[in-house]
Design a binder for this molecule. Sequence first.
Ligand code: 15L
Length: 272
Amino acid sequence: MADQRVLITGSAGIVGTLMRPRLRRDGRVLRLLDLAPQAAAEPGEAVELRTGSVTDAEAMAAACEGVDAVIHLGGHSRENSWEATLEVNINGTHTVLEAARAAGVSRVILASSNHAAGFRRNDEAGEAGLPADSSPRPDTYYGVSKAAIEALGSLYHSRFGMDVIVVRIGSCFETPLPLGPRGLTTWLSPDDGARLFEACLGAPSPGYRLVWGVSDNTRRIYSLAEAEALGYKSLDDAEVYAAQLADRPLPTGIAAEYVGGPFCTAPLGEFN
Ligand code: 15L
């Protein structure tokens, strides 16, 4: 049987770098696309390195050739100017989806963010957690761009029958420590991140789905039910880091009340 070929955009970014070793599988080739330099292939590592921008239609058309699925992580991962956010995150995602459609790629996984729903109140989350399909309440231009790509993904599913899974990622870092106490709520461990992407790649005929990307943290406020319905099972809990964060100041005011935390008060349009 031919190898499965998975294109990862933004593969040199934080999440891409964490996923590269974790999404390695026999029978799978990872095609890794980024503008930034990437580590050379390790011996035996089945990767195809591509340099290019998600806003470049020609580069994306070439990157999507012969691909079975796309994991689209590329784009600005924090607040930026409106123009840059529009161009890279929204136009870039449109370019990726269009290239995937034209190449006959049947499955696209889009990295959204908790900041698409950043102005939802933490206390909205009931026992099961905030539902993954809560309508957008962005906290930044960045959050608006993530809400827009959720809508684009839905459009490409409805119009072209593509399977599109959108993951509203909490905070995917090696540990929750750089994030402070909020990370005990929002952390998606890298291993759980890989489990979630595997579930997204493997779920039979998912159609359009919107799921939270979070570990089963003791202090979790996002629902896991939607990701679990795809076959995801979290094995990590940020709480194991709680003692190391005990001395760090707790968020206060708006940052404490809303899902987006400090993004809710970050100056709009300013790179941070
Ligand atoms: C995000 O969407 C960012 O990409 C990431 O850098 C983190 O700041 C994360 O949200 C978060 O909310 O912690």
